[in-house]
Design a protein around this ligand. Sequence first.
Ligand SMILES: Cc1ncc(COP(=O)(O)O)c(C=O)c1O
Length: 422
Amino acid sequence: MISFIQSYNMRIIFKQPPWAKCHLRSSMSSLAAVLQPELESIKSAGTWKSERVITSPQSMKIRVGNGKEVLNFCANNYLGLSNNEEVVAAAKLALDKYGAGLSSVRFICGTQEIHKELEDKLSAFHKRQDTILYASCFDANAGIFETLLTADDAVISDELNHASIIDGIRLCKATRYRYKHRDMADLEEKLKQSASSRLKLIATDGIFSMDGTVAPLPKITELAKKYNALTFVDDCHATGFFGKTGRGTEEYFDLLPSIDIINSTLGKALGGAAGGYTTGPKELVDLLRQRSRPYLFSNSLPPPVVATGIKVLDLISDSTKFLERVSSNTEHFRSAMTSAGFTLSGDGHPICPVMLGDAKLASAFAERMLNKGIYVIGFSYPVVPKGKARIRVQISAAHTTEDIERAVDAFIQIGKELKVIS
Ligand SMILES: Cc1ncc(COP(=O)(O)O)c(C=O)c1O
C-alpha cells in the first residue's frame, strides 16, 4: 500500500501545476537564447567540431556513418593494439572472471588483484617505486597538483601544456608561473622568481600533442637540479612507443629514470581503452591514495579495461616490433610529405601536423581527404592558436606501407587542388 507521504510526493512529482511547466519552458528558451549566439559564432569562425560516428572497432580501416570504409589516420592508436586479438581476448577473459565493474571506489571495495597487478607492471615498466591508477589521465592531472602542492609552493608550467594540466594547476593553491613554450631561459627566470617557495614543481608535456614536438628534458632536468626543483612530465603521447624501448620521453633522451613524477594514459598506445596513472616515489603515491579527489571519489577502472592494460604491457615488454614499425612508418610519411612541399611540424614523432594556417581550409581539406577514403581531422582554434590550423595526421604501427602511400597521394592531389602546394 502506498503511504501518505509517498502518495503526497508522487503528487508533487507528477502533478506539476501549469505555471511550473510554463516557467520551465521560459527558462529553457532564455538559456537557448543566451547560448545561440555563442554557437553561431563557433560555426561562422569555421571551428565547429562535429563528431563522426564510427560503426566498426578502432583500427586502421574503419567504417564511418554511411558504412563507407576509410583509412584511419587520426587515432592515438600508436602501437595499433586497440583492437589487437590478444588484447581483446584478455579483456573478454577478465569480463568473465571479474565481472563488468566494481560499483565502488578503490578504497571501499573496488580493488581487485588485477588493479594491483597493473599498478605493479606500470611501476616496473617505468622503473618507478609505485603507481596509482585513475579513470583517465585527465583525472590523474586533476589530482596531482592539489594533493602535492600547498600555498607555500610554486608550480612552473609550459604555456602550451595540455588542458588537463592547466585545469589541475587551477585547482591547487601554489603560486603559478607560466614559462614560454619550451623556452629554457624563461623557465630559468621563473625558477629564480620562485626561489623562496618550499617546493618548486616544473610541469611539462613530454610530447606536445598538437605539434608533435618534444619537451627539452635534458635542459629541464639540469635546471631542476640547479634550482632544487621537482619535475613532472605528462607522457600520454610517448608512453609505450617513444624512446628506445617505448618508455617515453625521458628514455628518448637517455635520461631514464630522472623525472620525479610521470602521469600517463592507457587510452592511447597502451590499448586505447581508458585509464590513466601517476607513477613515481612511493610516498607520493601513498599520499595520492589518501588525498587525491579524482581517485577517492570516482569508480574503479572496469576489469576488462585493466586486463587490456596488463596484456599490452606484456606484449610490448616482450618485443619492440610495434614501436619499430611506428617509427619507420613515421619516417616514411614525414619524408614523402616534406618532399611534396608540405610543411610538417614536430620532431620526428608519429604526430605529424600538416600546417595549413586557415581554419576553413583545414576543415575543407579534411573533408576532401575523407571523400578519398582517408580519415584525417582539421584542428583549429581554440584547440590550436588562431591562424595555425592544421591537419594532424597520426601514424600507427598497424599502417601498411601501402596505407602511408595512399594517404600521401591523397594529400598531394588535394594540396594541388586547394593550392597548398604547386
Ligand atoms: C597530453 C595529454 N594529457 C592528458 C590527456 C588526457 O588523457 P585521458 O584520455 O586518459 O584522460 C590527453 C588526452 O587527450 C593528452 O593528450
